[in-house]
Design a protein around this ligand. Structure first.
Ligand code: FPP
Length: 252
C-alpha cells in the first residue's frame, strides 16, 4: 500500500484538467523574498513557504497529467547572495531532500538534478545521488530540480564535451547537428519544455533552459511563488492550451 499523500493519478488528466496537458512544464519560482518582506519576515521564511508551494505544484502537475516538471531552485548566480541566505537555502535543500524523498518515491516521482552539483558540500551531493538512485524506476512524474544551474554554463560545458569527442575521433563534425549537440546537454534525456511559467511578475528567463526554451510558451504570472497554488498552475495550462504553437511554420 502506498503511504503517499500525492494524488494517485494515471497518466490521463483528471476530470476538470486541461486537455491536452503540456508534456513538460518548467517553472521559475520567483518572489520568495518579496513575500517575506511584505510580512516583515526574514527571507528564509519566504523560501520555506516556497518549499510548500513546490509540494503543491508537484501535486498539481500529477493531477493535470503533466509528465515532466522542472523547477529552478538555485541558480549559479544565487551563490552571490549574502552567505547567510546561501546557508539558509542549502539548509532548506538538505532538509527537503531528507524529508520529501520517501514520499516522492512512493508517489512514483522520478528525481533528477541539473546544474553544477560539485559546488555543494559532500553531504548534499550524496543526498542528490541517493534521491536519483532511489527513484530511478519511477515514471509517473519526472521531476528535475535545477540546482546551481546556469544555461550558459551548461551550453559551454556541452560545447567543450562535443569538441573533445570530435578531437578524439568519436564524433564526425559533418554529422554534428542540433540533435547531436542537445545530446551533450544536462537535459539530454528530457523533452524540451512546452511551457515555462515564471511567477512574481518578472518577465525574463534569467539563464534558465536557454537552448531548450526555443519553442516554449512563456507564461508570466503576478503571483509571488509562496502563494502559488493549483489554481495558478491550472491557469497557466489554460493559457498554454489557448495558444497556437506553430514551431516556425505557417498555420495550416
Ligand atoms: C526566488 O525568490 C527563489 C529562489 C532563489 C529560491 C527558490 C527556492 C525555493 C522555492 C524553496 C526551496 C526549494 C526546494 C526544492 C527545496 P527570490 O529570493 O529571488 O525572491 P525576490 O525576487 O522576491 O527577492
Amino acid at each position: 500500500m502506498s503511504t503517499s499523500t500525492y494524488p494517485i493519478a494515471a497518466r490521463r488528466t483528471q476530470p476538470g484538467g486541461i486537455e491536452p496537458p503540456p508534456v513538460h512544464v518548467a517553472v521559475i519560482m520567483d518572489g520568495n523574498g518579496r513575500w517575506a518582506a511584505a510580512r516583515h519576515l526574514p527571507r528564509i521564511a519566504g523560501h520555506r513557504e516556497g518549499a510548500r508551494a513546490v509540494r503543491r505544484t508537484i501535486e498539481a502537475a500529477i493531477r493535470q497529467g503533466v509528465e515532466w516538471l522542472t523547477i529552478y531552485a538555485f541558480s549559479s548566480e544565487n551563490w552571490r547572495r549574502p552567505a547567510d541566505e546561501v546557508l539558509d537555502l542549502t539548509g532548506l535543500l538538505r532538509q527537503y531532500l531528507r524529508t520529501e524523498i520517501a514520499e516522492l518515491k512512493a508517489s512514483g516521482v522520478r528525481l533528477r538534478f541539473i546544474g553544477d552539483r560539485c559546488r555543494f558540500d559532500n553531504g548534499i551531493q550524496s543526498d542528490l545521488r541517493d534521491a536519483e538512485r532511489h527513484t530511478t524506476h519511477n515514471s509517473r512524474l519526472n521531476l528535475t530540480i535545477a540546482l546551481s544551474y546556469g544555461a550558459r554554463a551548461e551550453i559551454v560545458e556541452a560545447a567543450r564535451a562535443a569538441a573533445a569527442a570530435i578531437r578524439d575521433g568519436l564524433l564526425d563534425p559533418a554529422k554534428f547537428d542540433e540533435q547531436v549537440f542537445a545530446g551533450f546537454l544536462a537535459t539530454a534525456e528530457m523533452p524540451d519544455p512546452d511551457l515555462i511559467i515564471r511567477t512574481s511578475g518578472e518577465r525574463r528567463l534569467s539563464n534558465f533552459l536557454l537552448w531548450q526554451a526555443a519553442y516554449a510558451e512563456l507564461v508570466f504570472l503576478d503571483v509571488l511563488w509562496p502563494d502559488f497554488k493549483a489554481e495558478h498552475f491550472a491557469a497557466a495550462l489554460t493559457e498554454f492550451a489557448r495558444r497556437e504553437r506553430r514551431f516556425g511554420a505557417r498555420p495550416g
